[in-house]
Write a protein that binds this ligand. Structure first.
Ligand code: LLP
Length: 478
């Protein structure tokens, strides 16, 4: 490694450390690499939520997701408080639980007054099990099954209708059209919103861009008039408003500003069909900091732009302010979590690179191989050691592309060191798999020195739990 690079790496290292020793609780979590409570203790170990990360791994094993409750709650409050400050009407933040859906996370965000955006029967079931009120659940999805719609209708959550097929299925469920399926039990009209594709471009990875015209999600603007007309004729469908989501990991504010204006225009169009103007859901998408060069706007800045844009557009169109819903996922939970791995062996290819292996990878964090996402890491058991090398962090899966970090600036590592990858709260556990039959890691929730398991580590028994071995195959090999 050249000396210039070494200096840059040192600077990067100091940057992380100065960040973690300041008091950060007031700062916007999505602008931090590490959770707000991160600090370095006297043993020079990383501490999160008052817990020594080295001790957490000794107690709960490796790899380990470590979720900081203070950071998650702080992000919830920042969204909530900012809407109260900047939006003159009513508002409701919904946590986009696809970022990380499990009982504990649903319970925490609900206790902060947030509702939850769910996209499947499984997410809905989990949120209900966590005790979240169905009145604060909004079901998304571009191909909801009949069973999912049935569960949503029976539990009384709001359904964000994505397309004509679904709209007609719901009309049938609501009792106005024939259906060959059993009808769910529903007394009230079914609360629906319509998802529209606003045709707004934003700069993010193609796979996580959803608002452009060529998207599988939502009604195109050219279909909305017909959809409004259809809904206005269905007395058992209660239209409550419009929804759009333009993409994820967005650093610009303009697309959301523009989205506000487009949506208000369509809300006022809906009113012309006699549909009420009640709710407007602007989606999520605010980006977070994964590396020191990422510079997302704060939660407050995002909320301000969204709120002002919608209030101004309503004013201009002379329509009442709708209840403003938003659906952040990544910016609520992304920086609240880190993943601790144990370092294994190394392979140095002279003149090319050194691979340092860890005991996880693409099965617990598929984002690098899926989106070429870049992460940063620290060595949790030697936080103050100088950064001396740049290495590739290789996962343990049988796939060359299973590289957690292409270029990680680290102190010299040894087998047994603890490598902590930062900002892994969003779309890591929720997208985890058992590729190579690797059990999913445990997750612990840390707060003020307490650590509680929120997801048990999977066992080998868990891995074969759903397997079936037909009787005729259940013989000893010849
Ligand atoms: N609302 C809807 C309808 C969404 O589709 C999404 C994300 C969100 C809200 C939350 O967006 P956020 O605030 O988290 O950006 N797996 C990808 C991200 C996919 C996002 C899918 N939809 C990743 O790992 O980057």
């Amino acid at each position: 490694m050249g000396s210039t690079q070494a200096t840059a790496v040192q600077t990067t290292g100091r940057h992380y450390l100065s960040e973690v020793t300041e008091t950060l609780v007031e700062r916007s979590p999505n602008q931090q690499l590490l959770p707000l409570t991160a600090t370095v203790n006297q043993k020079e170990h990383l501490e999160i939520g008052g817990c020594d990360v080295v001790e957490l791994v000794q107690q709960f094993g490796s790899p380990l997701y470590i979720l900081d409750e203070v950071t998650l709650r702080s992000a919830c409050r920042q969204y909530r408080d900012a809407f109260a400050r900047y939006y003159p009407g009513e508002s409701q933040v919904l946590y986009a639980s696809k970022a990380w859906n499990c009982l504990a996370v649903c319970a925490i965000v609900a206790s902060e007054g947030l509702g939850i955006d769910i996209v499947s029967g499984g997410e809905l079931y989990t949120a209900l099990q966590a005790g979240v009120s169905p009145t604060k659940l909004y079901l998304h999805g571009n191909n909801k099954s009949y069973e999912e719609l049935q569960l949503a209708v029976e539990s009384g959550c709001t359904i964000v209708v994505d397309n004509w097929h679904e709209l007609k299925t719901l009309a049938a469920i609501a009792g106005e059209m024939p259906t060959q399926h059993p009808k769910p039990d529903t007394q009230n009209p079914i609360r629906i919103m319509l998802r529209l594709t606003p045709g707004i471009e934003c700069h993010t990875h193609d796979y996580i861009r959803t608002g452009s015209i060529d998207s599988k999600f939502g009604f195109g603007l050219d279909q909305l008039d017909a959809a409004f007309k259809f809904i206005s004729q269905q007395s058992s469908l209660a239209f409550v408003g419009l929804h759009a989501h333009i993409g994820s990991q967005i650093f610009e504010l303009e697309p959301h500003h523009d989205l506000g204006a487009v949506m208000v225009q369509w809300l006022s169009k809906a009113a012309q069909y006699g549909l009420p103007i009640q709710e407007l859901d602007i989606g999520g998408g605010l980006g977070i900091r994964y590396t020191e060069s990422d510079d997302p706007p704060s939660i407050e800045a995002w909320v301000k732009v969204v709120s002002e844009s919608i209030a101004a557009a309503c004013n201009a169109q002379n329509i009442p302010l709708p209840k403003l819903l938003s659906e952040p996922g990544r910016s609520l939970i992304g920086s609240a979590c880190v993943t601790a791995y144990t370092v294994g062996g190394q392979k140095t290819i002279p003149g090319i690179r050194t691979y340092v292996t860890v005991d996880g990878g693409m099965s617990d964090n598929p984002r690098p191989i899926t989106y070429q996402s870049v992460y940063r890491a620290v060595v949790a058991n030697r936080m103050l050691a100088p950064l001396t090398e740049t290495v590739a962090i290789a996962g343990k899966h049988c796939e060359s592309g299973d590289i957690v970090i292409q270029e990680a600036a680290l102190p010299t590592t040894q087998p047994g060191d603890l490598l902590v990858v930062m900002a892994t709260g969003a779309y890591n556990y929720s997208m985890a798999s058992n590729y190579n039959r690797i059990p999913r890691p445990a997750a612990v929730l840390v707060k003020e020195g307490d650590a509680n398991i929120i997801l048990q580590r999977e066992t080998y028994q868990d891995l074969v739990r759903q397997d079936c071995l037909p009787e005729r195959l259940n013989t000893s090999p010849a």
